[in-house]
Design a protein around this ligand. Structure first.
Ligand code: HEC
Length: 146
């Protein structure tokens, strides 16, 4: 009779450590990882490596807009160091510049999603509006490793 309970307890503790250690660094990296996956999928569609799919394209644009909204909340002062992070000190040292970069990302991703492209040409335009932000923000606010 006890066995199922013990199994359940083991399963619960196995899940717990991840939930406890996940913090702002992990959260913001997860958001960016998803941006990376979406960007690869979008590029494949635009290259013709996979057929254009309007629903998938618009989902990617919606994902970017949601990511841009969520991202700035994951940079508390105590997450500057103390983990595996590539976030540059400029995020905290130049708060006005950082705010401008995150606000631009939000505005451009919202505008791109609002275009609701129905073909690859339209998606290419929306995608370009979004991805200009990746490069410029990484140049200013992400430490290049190795
Ligand atoms: C407003 C600034 C900003 C914008 C815009 C931005 N990034 Fe980032 N990105 C960062 C920062 C800061 C990090 C480092 C996060 C860390 O390590 O704590 C990062 C990290 C990453 C990473 C590495 C994640 C990991 O596994 O550690 C990927 C991939 C990435 N970005 C992709 C993108 C793509 C694709 C776009 C555009 C669609 C984008 N980023 C737009 C700031 C930005």
């Amino acid at each position: 009779m006890l066995r199922p309970l013990i199994a359940a307890a083991i399963a619960a503790t196995a899940i717990l450590p991840t939930a406890v250690t996940a913090g702002p660094i992990e959260d913001r990296k997860a958001i960016m990882k998803a941006n990376g996956r979406d960007t690869k999928m979008a590029a494949d569609m635009l290259k013709g490596a996979v057929p254009f799919d309007a629903a998938a394209a618009n989902k990617i644009l919606a994902n970017y807009a949601a990511a841009a909204k969520a991202f700035p909340a994951h940079f508390p002062a105590n997450s500057k160091t103390g983990g595996e992070t590539e976030a540059a000190p400029a995020i905290w040292d130049k708060p006005a510049d950082w705010k401008a970069a995150t606000a631009k990302f939000q505005a451009d991703t919202a505008a791109a999603a609002a275009l609701k492209p129905g073909d690859a040409a339209g998606f290419g335009k929306a995608f370009g509006m979004v991805t200009a932000n990746c490069k410029s923000c990484h140049e200013g606010f992400r430490i290049k490793k190795g």
